[in-house]
Ligand binder design. Structure first.
Ligand SMILES: *Cc1c(COP(=O)(O)O)cnc(C)c1O
Ligand code: SF4
Length: 388
């Protein structure tokens, strides 16, 4: 399960003639090769030399490249790049993918490991923070690198994925603790592994009797939707109950290709949830978030978490005040389908786990009565049963 089974993603990026890449980005329909995910990965945009020919960079972006040695790598699939509005320096897709000089500013409150994952790691690549579930980080590679990534300390190096020795060690730990009933496979992005390679991991985990559910956390259906093919769907289907959480940021990301990918997964019986990081200037307006969550339900993805942006190094320009998220939830709850409303959480710095926060609907609670405010701001009273 190493070496030959996970080759494609570690090939050096291609050096396509710039005119050809431009043409594919502008006219994907006349270039059938671009619907091949391996082509997309081989031809990811990873250098200043290539990107500056494809888009007019802003001074902040140019400066970002000049200084970018040592920081999170850039990689953008031609597909994801094609969603950028190249005339708009504030395009939400562009801001997620192209480095800017602000990334090199580290604020005092920022942390290298913002969620305390390393200190809750009983084996390499394994994070055990909650009693009954673990997070397994199988690779550090992603189809594209999000500039706000909370794991920017580890992703983007594109080392080979977790090797057999390391996986066996994680497996031994999971086998030995019968309280673990849920394994969340993440990274990086697990769908960057080839299907047979990923199956090796899933099969071994599924064989543990006390594991109830498996989960995959991924952004591939958004950044590289063509990766979701019949082979992958048929493989995953064999290992139910299996859930997938997909990382979405903006309604522009929901394209016909993404719809096809999500429908294929849903048709394989996989419940799909979304995870979204609240990002300044990208999705921090209630109208944008409402459009996103409603479009998600249309492609059969149930909004799951909205994350307050973690205190990862160099991400201050993406962070909003907490009130921004609370206001968004207030504008969703009651105003649209309950299924469309995610839980707003802060992943507590230092490793406290995800803590939900929400608008206050309880006005007061006294004398056996609770006074509540509804979504329209109207006041209601409910008489409680007496304490036992
Ligand atoms: C997010 C996370 C989980 C899963 O949390 P749920 O609330 O069950 O989705 C598990 N382990 C770690 C370390 C996490 O960060
Ligand atoms: S896909 Fe996830 S792990 Fe990868 S760069 Fe984006 S946020 Fe980080």
């Amino acid at each position: 399960m190493s070496g030959s089974s996970s080759m494609e993603q570690f090939e050096p990026p291609g050096n396509l003639a710039r005119d050809y890449l431009c043409e594919v980005i502008e006219e994907p329909n006349s270039h059938p090769e671009s619907s091949d995910w391996k082509w997309q990965l081989r031809n990811r945009i990873t250098s200043f030399e290539v990107i500056r020919k494809l888009i007019k960079l802003t001074p902040e972006e140019k400066e970002g490249f000049k200084r970018s040695n040592g920081r999170l790598a850039m990689a953008i699939t031609p597909y994801f790049f094609s969603l950028i509005d190249r005339n708009d320096p504030n395009c939400p897709i562009r801001k997620q993918a192209i480095p800017r000089t602000e990334e090199f500013r580290v604020s005092p409150e920022e942390l290298v490991d913002p969620c305390g994952e390393d200190s809750h790691s009983p084996a390499a690549g394994l994070v055990h923070r909650y009693p009954d579930r673990v997070l397994l980080l199988v690779t550090d590679s992603c189809a594209m690198y999000c500039r706000y990534c909370t794991r920017n300390r580890i992703v983007g190096v594109e080392k080979p994925p977790m090797g057999p020795g390391q996986f066996e060690e994680a497996l031994r730990y999971i086998r030995a603790d019968k309280n673990i009933r849920d394994v969340l496979i993440s990274g990086g992005d697990p769908l960057m592994l080839t299907t047979p390679h990923l199956e090796q991991y899933i099969k071994r985990l599924r064989a543990i009797p006390h594991i109830d559910i498996l989960r995959i956390g991924t952004r591939v259906p958004v950044a590289l939707p063509m990766r979701v093919d019949e082979e992958l769907a048929a493989m995953l289907k064999k290992y139910h109950p299996l859930y997938i959480s997909i990382h979405f940021s903006h309604p522009k990301e929901i394209t016909p290709q993404v719809k096809r990918a999500c429908e294929m997964l849903a048709d394989s019986g996989i419940p799909l949830g979304s995870q979204t990081v609240l990002l300044k200037g990208i999705n921090d307006k209630p109208a944008i978030m409402k459009k996103l969550v409603q479009k998600l339900l249309r492609i059969r993805v149930r909004p799951y978490y909205l994350y307050q942006c973690d205190l990862a190094c160099g991400t201050a320009h993406f962070r909003t005040p907490i009130s921004t998220g609370l206001n968004i939830i207030e504008k969703l709850r009651g105003h649209t389908t309950g299924y469309a409303v995610p839980t707003f959480v802060i992943d507590a710095p230092g490793g406290g786990g995800k803590i939900p926060i929400g608008p206050e609907y309880v006005v007061s609670r006294q004398d056996g009565k609770i006074t509540l405010k509804n979504y329209e701001g109207k006041i209601f009273e409910y008489v409680e049963a007496p304490d036992e």
